[in-house]
Ligand binder design. Structure first.
Ligand code: SF4
Length: 187
């Protein structure tokens, strides 16, 4: 059976791809996500994935958590931040996969209809070529809802925003405006 390193952004997004791939590949999950903010959110997501991996006997590897890696790349280029964010994570996954001798690598980012799917595919292939490792492409998006439903059944933590501080601000923008209006008496 071929070995496949699956860069994993979070537990719920791992559920569907794992179900599809586990019969044909020897899977290792790599959690490397320095974009996640704040640190306790990172811990919650890692714990959710770790629980799922333990339950299913999946090997889990965890990369370094250093948010400065993310901020160094995106600061001043926030409008194009997802490109850098994908690139950081796929670079590490490809590097790790090549170094450890995996047959190929992929990412759970391909399951989310909210991500820039074509960009992830393009970066995955070109970064894989740089490291001499094949990027396996699948369009997992049709299974996104089923994966999220299963994650809910398993009582896995499901995060309310993509990951970075910018996505968190966008998620709660209306609440923030309402609160600050109330506190400043301008509402
Ligand atoms: S919105 Fe999501 S993919 Fe884009 S930079 Fe933030 S964490 Fe990364």
């Amino acid at each position: 059976m071929q070995s496949l390193l699956v860069h994993t952004c979070c537990g719920p997004c791992f559920v569907y791809p794992y179900g599809v791939l586990q019969e044909n590949y020897n899977i290792t999950s790599l959690f490397f996500n320095p974009n996640i903010h704040p640190s306790m959110e990172y811990v919650r997501r890692l714990e959710a994935l770790s629980g799922f991996c333990s339950l299913n006997g999946v090997e889990l590897r965890v990369g370094e958590y250093d948010p400065t890696i993310y901020f160094k790349e995106v600061t001043g280029r926030e409008s194009d931040r997802c490109r850098m964010c994908y690139s950081i994570r796929l670079n590490e996954a490809a590097r790790f996969a090549a170094e450890k001798g995996y047959d190929s690598y992929t990412t759970t980012l391909l399951v989310s209809p909210y991500q820039k799917h074509e960009l992830i595919k393009e970066l995955g292939v070109s970064i894989g070529n740089n490291y001499g490792i094949e990027f396996k492409y699948w369009d997992f998006r049709p299974g996104f809802r089923a994966g999220q439903t299963r994650a809910k059944e398993l009582s896995m933590y499901r995060q309310p925003y993509c990951g970075c501080v910018y996505s968190e601000l966008e998620r709660y923008a209306n609440k923030l405006i309402a609160h600050s209006s109330k506190l400043t008496g301008l509402g």
